[in-house]
Design a protein around this ligand. Structure first.
Ligand SMILES: C[S@@+](CC[C@H](N)C(=O)[O-])C[C@H]1O[C@@H](n2cnc3c(N)ncnc32)[C@H](O)[C@@H]1O
Length: 299
């Protein structure tokens, strides 16, 4: 299920990606202002995550598996109002709505261009799905939602972008009903940046400009748990699924970028990056990062 879009020239797009790294004061744009649907590794989907590769052989099924594994941390057997935060082009919402048929899904994203595509794709879904999925432009950190109005919150590979994640978690706690649950697929460092060398901190800050990630979001699993508990969340669980994510994704991506279809449509800079990362990937090594699924409840 892909969607044709008007695209800027390849050179212009490459320059825009490069400017994220090179602009001395930091670009006003971010990677999602540039990353249009054609820059995607899917065959049928427009997912934007690294996938869960325990059984998957291709990108579409790995991304679907990650979405199901994340939402699977929640009890969704009921007529619940679920909020999907940072919904990309909506693939996981269509999948979840087909899987958990009693829930209603409100999917939010700060990038309106992605939601225009998501809404167009929703109009191609069966009416039964259209009636239970809604896309809204909204910032995860300033939610235009009443207090205690949502039963469940889910977010796949987006919370590290939010400015800040802590502000989003406070908003999540506010809008959840008592007894509500949250599940997040997220990426964090294994060690505290406060203990890193000055050079490592500086290089990381620079690299994070490309990945649209505020530096304060670099917290360890222990700090993540503490910040949820300080907000009032209980039954916090953090599952490290790094081995089924980083290495298999990098291996797959390095092969996929050589395929003619991908060479034709995906930006050469991204192909180069995915190819390079894939060739240098080593099983069991994750550059000091952890891919985690975090879940918690509001008492
Ligand atoms: C890595 S993509 C993941 C998309 C989707 N969940 C998936 O798994 O395919 C991160 C998403 O978070 C969205 N996002 C980033 N910052 C946001 C914010 N402050 N509020 C809401 N969405 C945000 C981006 O636009 C993008 O759609």
């Amino acid at each position: 299920m892909t969607t044709a879009v008007a695209r800027t020239s390849r050179w212009r797009e490459t320059w825009d990606f490069l400017w994220l790294f090179l602009s001395p004061m930091g670009s006003k744009r971010n990677v999602y202002d540039i990353l249009m649907p054609h820059n995607n590794l899917g065959e049928q989907s427009l997912f934007l995550n690294l996938g869960y590769w325990e059984q998957a052989q291709d990108y579409d099924s790995a991304c679907a598996a990650l979405a199901l594994r994340t939402a699977g941390k929640l009890n969704l057997e009921g007529p619940f109002q679920v909020l999907d935060v940072g919904c990309g082009f909506g693939d996981q919402d269509f999948l979840w709505a087909k899987t958990w048929t009693q829930c209603r899904w409100q999917a939010i994203n700060v990038h309106g261009e992605q939601l225009a595509t998501a809404r167009e794709r929703l109009s191609q879904q069966p009416k039964e799905i259209q009636d239970r999925v809604q896309f809204t432009v909204m910032n995860a950190c300033v939610m235009d939602l009443p207090e205690a109005s949502v039963d469940r919150i889910v977010s796949v590979e987006a919370a590290f972008h939010f400015d800040t994640r802590q502000q989003f978690l406070a908003e999540a706690f506010r809008v959840l009903k008592p007894g509500g649950q949250i599940a997040l697929a997220d990426v964090i460092p294994l060690t505290d940046p406060a203990e890193w060398s000055v050079l490592k901190r500086a290089l990381t800050k620079w690299g994070l400009r490309f990945w649209y990630t505020p530096f304060p979001n670099l917290i360890t699993p222990v700090q993540y748990r503490a910040s949820l508990e300080q907000l009032g969340f209980r039954n916090v669980a953090i599952e490290d699924i790094s081995e089924q994510v980083f290495f298999p994704f990098r291996q797959y991506a390095a092969k996929r970028v050589e395929e003619p279809e991908i060479r034709r449509r995906v930006n050469p800079l991204l192909r180069g990056l995915w190819g390079m990362r894939g060739r240098s990937a080593k099983k069991g090594k994750s550059d000091g990062m952890a891919y985690v699924i975090v879940s918690a409840e509001k008492p």
